[in-house]
Design a protein around this ligand. Sequence first.
Ligand code: F0G
Length: 436
Amino acid sequence: MSTAYLRCMGEDCRQEYPLDHREHLCERCGNLLDVRYEFAWGLPGAPLDPCALRDTWERRKSSSAVIDQSGVWRFRELLPFVSAGAQIVSLSEGRTPLVDVARTGDWAGGVRLAIKHQGNNPTGSFKDLGMTACITQAAAVGSRVTACASTGNTSASMAAYAARAGMRAVVFVPFGKISAAKMAQSLEFGAVVIEIGDNFDQAFQMLRALAEEMGLYLVNSLNPFRLEGQKTIVLEILEQRDWRVPDYIVVPGGNLGNVSAIGKGLAELREAGLIDKLPRLVVVQAQGANPFYQMLANGASAVVPISEPRTEASAIRIGHPVNWRKALRALRLTQGLCESVTDDQIFAAKAALAQDGVGCEPASAASIAGIRKLVQAHTIEPGADVVAILTGHQLKDPEIFLRHRTAEDMSRQRIHVDADVEKLRAALEGVLLQSA
Ligand code: F0G
């Protein structure tokens, strides 16, 4: 058996708390908390060794049990905060494909590139992996009302999992700043949507001011149980690669929960003896919303918040990332890197992916844009073995894509023809001539 508890991440503090502790920050020093485990493996008589673990996870793929169908809970030996037999709130999340994208790899400067597409999750983003863990924990501690601030994906995911768990969901989003598709998801799953402030950071600040007083269970990524679910992304990647560790794993960064989760997952995999080296983690921010990048570039010791973050990749329009300390820990652990890319570079990366038949929301394409920039700077070497995580589905934000099309693209690709065979013939002749 493994023992689980919460512990302050502060190296000088390390205050411990029981799992049902409701606060997400350390009461002593205000730092973030981690879910920690005393793993039993390695001890004489331990139930599982690395080979046995791999076999167990593999075997569960063909089981029809809900807990085995989930790409998160299939790896439950690494998430032992849930007691055996506890109710799991799952939508069969995870189990997403790892796809080679050779053209995009060439475009990025000649790397061997595969994408791990988190858009293939139940609500269309990687948030579902964290949400199954977090809402399962919310249910275990008897929460009735969940809440989050969001740029649209966390809220869609929370609304779905809260509905499934029979809980109420209250979502805080910046007014007029999230995509219609994401708004529709939250509404359809029955959440109440409070539109407040100009950006994510303001909405989050408002929520935090009243969450405790109003008894709201906060599921933003400062909730450490979210990161427990999200760390399984890297377990799946490695399993899909027969446990061969890539040179780089690249993610877009907003609130910096995902890069933190992946770093924790890698540390635990190494501790469990499932891997013996680490990939370098790369986090890519949008240029107008890049406080973490700026902190590292300036050699500063703390993030300086950006009060008016700007980028058309609305999912990562965040000026004050709550998880920056955990993200820094993940980069230090893996000799990681941080890059910053413009919106034009993001949309160029999205167009490159489209040539491989892969779509994603703009924020996700930041990973690819970052790889190209790092190859150009000779930081990532051509031929490197790279996995980019695409965080959200293509249909999450179609309006912004359509706004980015040039008039020329549109007249070439979108043609209105009267329902008349002669006119259609003329139009098709024009089309065939174009592609000849
Ligand atoms: N990609 C997408 C599609 C996202 O929705 C987010 C974050 C990120 C990347 C960045 O991940 O915050 O862990 O660094 N979206 C949050 C939300 C903020 O509210 O949906 P991160």
